[in-house]
Design a protein around this ligand. Sequence first.
Ligand code: ADE
Ligand code: ZN
Ligand code: ZN
Length: 274
Amino acid sequence: MHRPLRLLVGGCALALAIWPTSAAAWGAKGHQIVGEIAQRNLTVEARSEVDRLLHGDDETLAHASTWADRIRSDESYNWAGPLHYINGAEGAEDIVLEQDCPPRGCVVRAIERFRDQLADRQRPLAERREALKFLAHFIGDVHQPLHASYAADRGGNRLLVTFYGEPVNLHALWDSSIIERNLSWWTFRNWRGWAKTLDRKTTAVEKRTWANSTPLDWAQESFDLARSHAYAAQAGDDLGSAYHRRNLPVVEERLRQAGVRLAAVLNRVLARER
Ligand code: ADE
Ligand code: ZN
Ligand code: ZN
């Protein structure tokens, strides 16, 4: 390659590698990791149906799983805004669906609804494709502890802290900062490699146990983790390696569970004979 061109390309690659990214809901990397873990756990049948649905559009589950955030700037999808999370009552220890999922919807009911749409082979392909993309995203979201938390601080969005000296809200710290920090350190932003490592760490017993649960169970687990781990921080805290070390295992387990459960749902609803 021409030397100036090579420098330009190298410079761009470096800039991409160190540029901080921000996003709402598990940052893009979190969703991509969940999608990649799921992809690795699909049956042949489910994989071929996923390929058929995404063909010519968002080819991989990892890419498709970030679509629901990419359309958030599109006003015609404003109705989907409340579907990314669920909040429990102030001070409550349990999510009570009848009370906590308002008529406009919530992440638990959204998962059920898009799962059922995807399963229904009478529906048009385009509708099932969109259902698959929403489902892949929302199963990721419901595993982020602060996506099942409290409305008062909007799931930590209004709780400002610093993380390694950088100002950030607690929600974004759990969506992105913990993951981004890890990727930039030991995997040089290789989220696919991290997903592979996480998947290999997961035993067959874990996979079977995790799959045997409902979307409401997943939200309750997140709610418990929000209260026990995320909210261990308070507004104004300077968080760093201690908070990071304590919560990285939680983030990793949630990513593994989300990937395994997404695959389990897809394997079930996309099996040819049900
Ligand atoms: N907005 C209000 N509550 C929220 C939550 N728990 N997660 C994301 N966005 C929210
Ligand atoms: Zn989301
Ligand atoms: Zn979020």
